[in-house]
Design a protein around this ligand. Sequence first.
Ligand code: TPP
Ligand code: SF4
Ligand code: MG
Length: 478
Amino acid sequence: MPEAPMAEMTYKERLKVDLFPTIWCPGCGIGTIMMQLAMVLDEMGLDERNTVIVTGIGCTGRMGGYLRHEAVYTLHGRTLPVAEAIKTVRPELNVVVVAGDGDTASIGGNHLIHAIRRNARVTVLCNNNEIYGLTGGQTGPTTPTGTKTLSSPGGNPNTPINLQGLVRSSPHSLYAKTTVYHQLHMRNAIKEAIEWDGFSFVDITSQCIENNGRRIGFASANEMLTFYRKTYKRAARDAVQLNPFEIGIVYPADHPARNGHDQVDAPRPPALPEQPAGPMASATESPGEGGATAPEAATTVIERTDDEKARRRAESQQRAALMAQLPAEVKTRIAMREMTLVEALGDAGLEIPEWLRTGASAPAATPQPPGDVEPSATGADPESEHKGELDAQKAEAAVEGRDLIGGAPGTDTQPAAPRTAEDARPASVSSDPKEAKRAEAQRKLAIMQRLPSELKLRVAQREITLEDAMREAGIDPE
Ligand SMILES: Cc1ncc(C[n+]2csc(CCOP(=O)(O)OP(=O)(O)O)c2C)c(N)n1
Ligand code: SF4
Ligand SMILES: [Mg+2]
């Protein structure tokens, strides 16, 4: 796959940052898609003179208002006829549709099949959060079977639509599957889709934490991103069809590129599972109650026994109860690994339970102390998994040459940007000037997040410098 060049901060010129913060909930995946789209537009030199954005109604639809482009905010489900009309009268323009899964495949489903059939030369970026986000979390066309939603409290009885099957029913269309976690992959997919001379569709799995994720058991958006990281894998490079939980780009059979790679000679590994016959039950193959992105599915990947999960949960609850007794600055020091929980409890003169002192496991049946936050249904142990997960995310971000998304796993509901300077620090310190520039940008972002909104706004509007804002807010520059 051709590597997307490292995006410089100039992509921000494609965004109306003066309108930030956006309307989206903290932790929503839409902002990440917008950022990646802005980077691609920037890299490809596309601007308001040659590229039009079309959106429909839904949370996703609000993206048009934040991009420095001509954007049509059309009716729910009608993005494609509007996009095709623009392309017909102004064929020299790039037309990019950004729409929710409901907009695209439910009310807009009929337009979709005919846009595919006509090989309309437009690009669709489908924010596939598997739910009607804006209206409160009703079952949509891509909601996996069994998922409990606002409108299906007993679990969605229906089979989700097979977007890949639909798009690939035409010999001319390009279909790409990616996720909000896999940002470089997403960027490449968007770029190839815009460059594609024909109908192109990027199916982007993303998190609606507020109206879907929490209901199906995720404690935070970061947990959903972690789930995507652990579950979705790149397809074989010559894949002609993507299996459930595979990300990749699939081209028409006679196209020289395969899944983003130009080499067509390498045979497909024999170990790859059989392609599903006929339409897939779901893009993610329904795991039953809870849905494809429900934590139950995660356990098949993480492969933990029930006993092990119970033990980890009990341990996590006990640790949380112990942590709750400590002052905030001590908690921070523990989180930063400057001291251990045992040391902190000892310093504070608090009792250290036997299991913690000896390193033995907490008994699985330990009752949850009153007032504690229910641990996440994924069984993620914020204390012991926190660092490992964050390091894994940092390492992947560093390898992919992108910013870290996600703050502290397990507890963080603000995954759009790092929360602390520590979060922002790259996994390994690099002498690469680009790396240093990015680290500096991350550091600034982390500081910005600590400022009150009115100061943030003044910095964004360049009324004051970040340093002045820090001084006003009493933040130590060190
Ligand atoms: C013609 C019409 N029907 C229904 C609605 C109500 N409505 C607004 S947004 C929406 C669904 C949003 O889901 P999706 O398209 O997946 O976008 P998301 O909010 O998840 O980004 C619905 C049903 C509407 N605005 N117009
Ligand atoms: S409701 Fe869901 S999709 Fe809409 S902004 Fe909030 S998190 Fe995003
Ligand atoms: Mg949706």
